[in-house]
Design a protein around this ligand. Structure first.
Ligand SMILES: Cc1cc2nc3c(=O)[nH]c(=O)nc-3n(C[C@H](O)[C@H](O)[C@H](O)COP(=O)(O)OP(=O)(O)OC[C@H]3O[C@@H](n4cnc5c(N)ncnc54)[C@H](O)[C@@H]3O)c2cc1C
Length: 438
């Protein structure tokens, strides 16, 4: 049993007690035990969700992380069967030397396979490959009081769809069969160019996204007026030649949580402005190792601690194509006017490939993600303003990052919630689901 597990944003700060197992066949008895003692629980991967979707209403979670084994692999086809607690980093360490990569990866490699399924995560190539769910062939699902199930498009298809993006509420995923993507080298060939405003961002995206596997932009969310939306546009593709190397860069560590956030207006403004200026005005090609390209923040372990004891919230929304330009301009103006924002806000066009999952977040449109130190003003002033803009534009927020969305906004933006609720294992309940549904 382990104490003090949190969500990544450490807001709300609700320590979770982890009930772990060493072997898959111990899971049914452990689930039975925790439910008998605490009535409700929730699967917990590696706590890389920012808000309260990985927190159990009972604060008693079933920790899946120690189930991290490779069960079976067909390296000629790039198909692997892994336990659900394996992290994406552990999977990449097995796959890269054999010439395979994750077809979809989020911005951290420390998420587990189970967590990636439950949030149906997306990456910098959503416009080409959709979400993680597309590459899940099948998985094992354990529900309280039932025999273990196997779920795929053919078997238990309703539970298959509901579990992909199902926020851990339909059962415990114990293993998953995944399809990988072939690569010739682990390096990424990138093109980097800075842009002066939102119109230039959309022009670059229209010109470059289709031709490249990966596309993302970092923006200076504190720039105002004619500079609103200025940033750095980055596209990339797996190199056609090079080596197949698993990253072994040393990691740094934030050793403790300071009493107050180290992120303030001054440091933010200086960093954002500098970041923009050091990037090239002309398109510049570079070759990058995969880690700094996909997972720049993973270099600094426990970076979430720099926000101090109050923690922080990430705001991630997507706005449909028709209103994306104006909606993003309004959001950025509201954020700059409030003088709050994050070091690196991420702007990304999503594609139109629908997910097989019921409650998947991305939709054809533009997504914005940024972090804010936790404060009362955030909840009372800025977030209501941002939520109104997103609602008006027909967009939605990402549950994996959320700790504030209203129940009515959630139910309106995710109408399939009723089907998920009908298939929910009645012994599984998160803080998030309790907040938005009950
Ligand atoms: C730096 C950083 C960058 C990120 N970038 C992205 C990004 O680009 N795109 C994106 O989509 N997300 C991104 N995320 C969010 C992250 O990928 C997701 O929150 C992911 O689900 C976290 O996985 P986890 O294993 O830590 O799961 P947890 O956070 O522990 O849990 C997440 C959910 O999965 C459920 N769950 C966990 N394991 C299981 C299981 N075995 N069976 C059933 N349910 C389970 C939990 O109940 C919970 O609902 C980022 C997070 C960080 C910290």
């Amino acid at each position: 049993m382990s104490a003090d597990l949190y969500s990544w944003g450490r807001f709300p700060l609700l320590p979770q007690r982890g009930h772990s197992v060493s072997w898959r066949d111990e899971l049914p008895a452990q689930l039975e035990r925790v439910v008998a003692q605490h009535r409700m629980t929730l699967p917990y991967g590696n706590g890389r969700s920012y808000g309260d979707s990985c927190l159990a209403s009972s604060n008693e979670v079933l920790q899946i992380r120690s189930l991290d084994r490779l069960i079976e692999a067909d390296w000629s086809q790039g198909e692997v069967l892994v336990e659900a607690g394996m992290t994406l980093a552990e999977l990449l360490a097995l796959a890269i030397p054999r010439g395979w990569f994750l077809p979809v990866t989020p911005g951290t490699q420390f998420a587990t396979v189970g967590g990636a399924i439950a949030n149906d995560v997306h990456g910098k190539n959503h416009h080409r490959r959709g979400t993680f769910a597309h590459y899940v062939a099948s998985f094992g699902l354990l529900r309280h009081g039932e025999a273990p199930l196997q779920c795929s498009l053919e078997e238990n298809a309703e539970l298959f769809a509901a579990t992909l993006g199902g926020l851990g509420l339909t059962g415990l995923v114990s293993w998953a069969r995944l399809r990988l993507m072939p690569i010739k080298a682990s390096q990424i060939d990138t093109t980097v160019v800075r842009f002066a405003n939102l119109d230039e961002f959309f022009a670059l995206s229209n010109e470059l996204d289709e031709a490249h596997e990966y596309s993302v932009a970092w923006i200076d969310c504190l720039a105002k007026g004619k500079d609103t939306g200025r940033g750095v546009f980055i596209v990339g593709d797996h190199a056609r030649y090079g080596s197949l190397e698993v990253s072994s860069r040393p990691r740094l560590q934030v050793p403790l949580t300071p009493p107050v956030s180290l992120i303030n207006n001054l440091s933010l403004r200086a960093f954002n402005s500098l970041y923009w200026r050091v990037h090239p005005q002309q398109r510049t090609q570079r070759r990058s190792a995969y880690e700094p390209f996909f997972y720049p923040l993973d270099r600094l372990l426990n970076w979430n601690r720099i926000y101090g004891r109050k923690g922080f919230q990430q705001y991630q929304c997507v706005i449909p194509d028709a209103d994306a330009r104006d909606g993003m301009a309004e959001l950025l103006a509201a954020i700059a006017a409030a003088g709050q924002g994050s070091f690196l806000a991420v702007l990304k066009r999503c594609g139109d490939m629908p997910s097989p999952g019921l409650l998947s977040f991305p939709m054809a449109g533009t997504s914005l993600a940024l972090d804010f130190p936790q404060s009362d003003a955030l909840e009372q002033q800025l977030f209501p303003r941002l939520d109104a803009i997103v609602r008006q534009a027909g967009g939605r927020l990402y549950p994996a990052k959320d700790a504030h969305m209203s129940g009515s906004d959630f139910r309106h933006a995710y109408p399939a919630w009723e089907r998920l609720e009908a298939l929910r294992d009645p012994t599984l309940m998160s803080r998030f689901w309790k907040r938005v549904i009950l």
